[in-house]
Design a protein around this ligand. Sequence first.
Ligand code: NAI
Ligand code: MG
Length: 472
Amino acid sequence: MRIEHVIDGKHVGSAETFPTVDPWTREPWAEVALGGRAEADAAIAAARRAFDEGPWPQMGYAERGALLHRLADLVEEHAEELALLDTRDMGKPITAMLTKDVPRTALNFRFFADHARLSAAEAFPMDSGHHAYTRYEPAGVVVAIAPWNFPLMLESWKIAPALAWGNTVVLKPAEQSPASATRLAELALEAGFPPGVLNVVHGFGPDAVGEFLTTSPDVDRITFTGESNTGRAISAAAARNLTPVSLELGGKGANLVFADADLDRAVEWSIKAIYTNAGQVCLAGSRLYVERPIYDEFLARFVAAAEAMVVGDPQDPATQIGPLASEEHYEKVTGYLDRLPQDGGKILTGGRGEGWTVRPTVIVDAPLDARVCREEIFGPVVVVHPFEGEDEGIALANDTPYGLNAMLFTENLRRAHRVAAALRAGTVWVNCFFVRDLRAPFGGVGDSGVGREGGDYSKEFFTEPKAVVMEI
Ligand code: NAI
Ligand code: MG
């Protein structure tokens, strides 16, 4: 299979290609056009023309929304095909694709289509006899740079609000997971999107097509999800042109299980929090703190549940954990395990599996300053520690440069609100994990990001709000 760019409504190849590898077979399964400066410039120019010449920004919300709903319909009609593309590219279990990522992709388009149409603009009647009111005008050309952990789903999370508010888009998927983005752009054309509204270019990041997209003065917004250090590089590149950036970066999510928790539910959610998508989740609950009185019992149940998970071929519908997304990433994750004898800490269960899989891994007795406790491993690896009382639990949870999210499990209502308020994080889940209302803010504090997306937060980022003041 060949995967090409989609620029100005047409497939575009490049002189050079690079392979995308199926991490389960560990063989290349498709050849991808390798974009560079020329492709970045062409895609930005196409998006610029589609924005400046219209009709996309001038369309009513209902008309654009209908096209976004049509795209959502096509995503649903092609669910199996799209699911398989991400599964082959990065090893995500097909069942997770079909039950979570693809439905959420369709929902992202539907939600933002409706949100934009129903969204309010403020009016301010002034004492002086004037009225001030707000117009939310599209920002222009949006560059979306995506990671490989939820390819289709995270790409739609960025481009759906951008498009719904009337912007045009250049999407660069991660080099490890290019296939679904090209297919999505084809479906957008089939749905009736004008050429140039959604462009896709493929290739690498530093000193390559990704960086060229972030340094262009013709770009009005950059939205990025990925590693914190990449976020720093993109932020610096964008600063030269004063281009606003939205950055969703890494995490080292704390999960506090109090002695008064419902243990069955706490175990079930804590397992999901770390092992979903083989732990390749910025929101992963990778630091698990359990209150001393229940520590032994909780840990025994947690280990049993971890060992019961099905690891293997991602195309097998029974598989819960597939391979890690790439060889490079497999080496990174297992490197943390290999260094445990020097760094401190012991593996209770897990470790290397078949091929590039890592079995659900539980580490105990690691010093709190060990790398496994501080750094984002981005694999199915949890570090577990006991804690004594609420204050120590909160202090442990907040002792991280990251602040994307945290979880807590308790049946005590007052404690739930008290601890949720004390945790330094963009999202706190109480007695659950990963549940999202798309109207709510999503983003992180500290090294976890800059800005928020979701509902009105996406509106603020992807528009230029204009104040109009009129004498009445
Ligand atoms: P990365 O941040 O380097 O790559 C993400 C995207 O950014 C890709 O599309 C890449 O091509 C692009 N990119 C990289 N450097 C760029 C630059 N200078 N300018 C413009 N675009 C650039 O992440 P990578 O290397 O794939 O993964 C490394 C680690 O990052 C992972 O092990 C994990 O810890 C973390 N990560 C976190 C994610 C999250 O959801 N917060 C997602 C992916 C990775
Ligand atoms: Mg990188």
